[in-house]
Design a protein around this ligand. Structure first.
Ligand code: ZN
Ligand code: ZN
Length: 400
């Protein structure tokens, strides 16, 4: 395996925009999510029998990472530099460790995998390989470096007990890489004022502390932090994947189901990720000293999420334990979906809708996460995608 190359990693420095709360790594807006969310979104997309969700996921990863690698190559790079950069980008973002030393002979191995970790934690051992994302990543970088369209298949996966994930390259593919274009979209300007804050919780300090953490792959290419595995994933990947999934389901008259599944993934993600965060040493050191009352946890978690690159969202109204209204000024879903598809006739931000409920369930619910799931009903009733000035979410306790 090629050793780590600090000169290549240096191309991937974080630029954090304190006004937009966006994280730019190597020329792409990246979003931090954990292994629970990433494997759950994968299962949502791949789990609907009526559509070929796996093909959607693989081709989306291929398109986005072909572009992403391209932005981080330089004219003077040798072929060895380019393959090393492909390994380095994957590891830096937190997906695991790839060995591309035999890629020209058609064999690739991975000794660690964010998706195997996520799948094992959420769904247990599988009968077949689960690293579809990695197949798409590999197809994308091979296309970028060699110009060849290939099909990459995972033939052995650690999720089934194998010691490594192994991939094989098949030549002779004709189907082109999916193309996507984005129109620029000017977000409405809006001051983030009048929001409900806690006198105990220093949101700026929380955001600054998290931004100063090195959220990038370790020697295994993984990012264990806050009791979960994190990964930095391009907003373009999440947005294109959600759109293509919803569109494929809508063609079969199942748009509502598709959206509900994505909202549920956000809700479950919020509970798992933020429970992990609240049980972590990082939280104990940084946020716990600021917690005076129960609602302070909600304020602390909102600040944490604002440091993850999701955008800039704040509480407009809170009735502790009962309901919350949250406004997002530039959520990555709203921005990306506008850029990719233009204005919409209904709100679009499934992930944040689910997270609004998941946060309330975590902070004010009781019992196991399963028992808490569904105890708050979320809705996005205004959205930047519909020309509203903010995305507005409301989550309310379900009364029986
Ligand atoms: Zn695998
Ligand atoms: Zn929205």
């Amino acid at each position: 395996m090629r050793s780590d190359r600090p000169d290549l990693r240096a191309r991937l420095g974080l630029k954090y925009n304190t006004e937009t709360y966006r994280r730019d790594v190597g020329g792409m807006d990246v979003i931090i999510h954990c292994h629970h969310y990433n494997s759950r979104v994968q299962r949502v997309v791949e789990g609907s029998a009526e559509i070929d969700g796996k093909a959607i996921l693989v081709s989306t990863a291929e398109a986005v990472f072909s572009e992403y690698l391209g932005r981080n190559l330089r004219d003077a790079d040798t072929s060895a530099d380019m393959w090393a950069m492909a390994e380095c980008l994957y590891a830096h973002l937190g997906y695991g460790r790839l060995d591309l030393s035999s890629v020209e002979g058609g064999e690739i191995e991975a000794q660690s995998s964010h998706f195997v970790e996520g799948w094992s934690a959420s769904f247990g051992e599988e009968r077949g390989p689960v690293c579809s994302f990695t197949e798409g990543y590999l197809q994308g970088v091979i296309h970028r470096i060699t110009g060849e369209l290939v099909q990459v298949r995972e033939v052995e996966c650690m999720v089934t007990g194998a010691s490594r994930c192994r991939f094989q390259v098949e030549h002779g593919r004709e189907e082109p890489v999916v193309t996507y274009s984005k129109a620029s979209f000017e977000l409405p300007t809006r001051a983030d004022e009048g929001y409900v804050r806690s006198a105990n919780v220093d949101e700026v300090a929380i955001v600054e502390a998290i931004v100063s953490m090195q959220i990038e792959g370790n020697d295994d290419g993984l990012i264990p932090a806050f009791s979960v595995y994190l990964a930095n994933t391009p907003a373009d990947f999440y947005n294109l994947l959600a759109l293509r999934f919803i569109e494929a389901m809508a063609a079969l008259g199942r748009e509502k189901t598709a959206r509900r599944l994505l909202v549920n993934a956000g809700e479950i993600c919020a509970m798992n990720t933020f429970r992990g965060i609240m049980n972590s040493t990082e939280w104990e050191g940084l946020v716990q000293p600021m917690i005076g009352e129960q609602s302070d946890k909600l304020h602390g978690l909102m600040a944490v999420s604002n440091a993850l690159g999701w955008g800039n969202w704040h509480i407009r109204r809170l009735v502790p334990g009962v309901e919350v209204e949250i406004e997002s000024l530039n959520g990555y879903e709203a921005l990306g979906l506008r850029e990719l598809r233009g204005a919409a006739n209904r709100p679009q931000c499934c992930m944040l809708t689910g997270v609004a409920a998941g946060l309330m369930e975590l902070v004010y619910g009781e019992g196991t996460l399963d028992e808490r799931f569904g105890t708050f009903a979320p809705v996005e009733d205004r959205c930047i995608c519909c020309d509203d000035s903010v995305c507005h979410f409301h989550a309310e306790r379900v009364t029986s």
